[in-house]
Ligand binder design. Structure first.
Ligand SMILES: Nc1nc2c(ncn2[C@@H]2O[C@H](COP(=O)(O)OP(=O)(O)OP(=O)(O)O)[C@@H](O)[C@H]2O)c(=O)[nH]1
Ligand SMILES: [Mg+2]
Ligand SMILES: [Zn+2]
Length: 301
């Protein structure tokens, strides 16, 4: 505990959820409080996020309790908006149809923050092939793939082991089965949603991020999305730094400044031709590169 000017004692806790301007904060001892954020944080444009470690003044005698300080963040995500996540668990499934460009956008952002990535392929009861395909596409970047069938509780143990000891965050398209998987992993009853109803309502079942702590795991469930806007101010030459599978070829292309697009004598293109990098992964990189180039050109508009 630390003392602030007013003489009231401050306590440390983790934000588990934010709804409107109210935040749920849990202390290490497991006590939870509903708090608001001090104006000075809002003025500094510092929005508290689930996962944030904060110092707060607990409510006293019916008075509002306040978040006073957000401790330095290890990582920060904008979509989903969460802090301090160390492992991003991207969930895909045969349905809704997986959008691998969306997966790659999430991976590049996670790597830019120094996070690790796990890829969960859910609903393997519907189709077996997707997990093998993704294992092949992401082998060069060494992202582990976990084929599971959450509804049947199949394949969960290896995933659970990989998630242990770190703050994880589930992320991905709406309806892929994030909440269903977390229910199975943590023995919870989070709300899950029927796919057809979801489309009809055009709505997510999970509406905001929540940090769950059960069964030795610390993991966030988040609202699904189907679109991730291009990052603003991403220099085209920065994108390739987020592809660790390109790193062994850096400096081996004919041109020093090679962006591994269509330049002659590109060592990455040769690695693709040799089968060391999956062509689909490279193709999506080039799509993201073209987008970054276009945005970079128009960055002052
Ligand atoms: N066949 C099959 N269906 C599943 C499986 N896991 C989840 N589902 C179904 O997929 C639908 C969506 O599941 P949710 O867990 O709500 O999906 P979500 O990713 O949390 O969705 P949002 O909260 O909207 O982002 C539900 O109808 C689930 O019953 C599975 O392993 N197999
Ligand atoms: Mg959900
Ligand atoms: Zn190159």
């Amino acid at each position: 505990m630390a003392e602030i000017e007013t003489g009231r004692l401050m306590t440390q806790g983790t934000i588990t959820q934010g709804i409107g301007s109210f935040y749920t904060v849990r202390t290490r001892e497991g006590e939870t409080f509903t708090l608001r954020a001090q104006k000075k944080l809002r003025r500094a444009r510092l929005s508290p996020l689930p996962g944030d470690e904060v110092l707060f003044v607990p409510p006293e005698d019916g008075e509002q309790g306040w978040i006073e300080t957000i401790l330095p963040r290890k990582t920060v995500c904008l979509r989903p908006p969460v802090a301090n996540v160390e492992v991003l668990v991207i969930v895909v499934a045969p349905e809704p149809e997986p959008d691998l460009l969306l997966v790659d956008r999430q991976i590049t952002r996670a790597f830019a923050q120094g996070m690790r990535v796990l890829l969960v392929v859910n609903k393997c009861d519907l189709e077996e092939g997707l997990a093998d395909e993704l294992e092949a596409e992401y082998a060069s970047v060494e992202i582990p793939v976990f084929p599971i069938a959450a509804l049947e509780g199949r394949g969960l143990q290896p995933l659970k082991e990989a998630m242990g000891g770190t703050l994880c965050c589930f992320s991905g398209q709406s309806g892929a089965g994030k909440s269903t998987t977390l229910n199975a992993l943590l023995s919870l009853r989070l709300e899950t949603g029927d796919l057809s109803r979801k489309i009809a309502r055009g709505k997510n079942t999970t509406r905001s991020a929540v940090l769950l702590e059960e069964a030795g795991l610390r993991v966030m469930d988040t609202a699904g999305f189907s679109l991730l806007e291009a990052e603003r101010n991403l220099a085209p030459e920065t994108l390739k730094e987020r592809y660790p599978d390109f790193a062994p070829y850096e400096g081996k292309c004919r041109f020093h400044q090679c962006l591994h697009d269509s330049e002659p004598g590109c060592a990455v293109a040769e690695a693709v031709a040799r089968g060391a990098i999956h062509p689909a992964r490279w193709r999506r990189y080039r799509t993201l590169l073209a987008e970054a180039r276009e945005n970079w050109k128009n960055r002052y508009n």
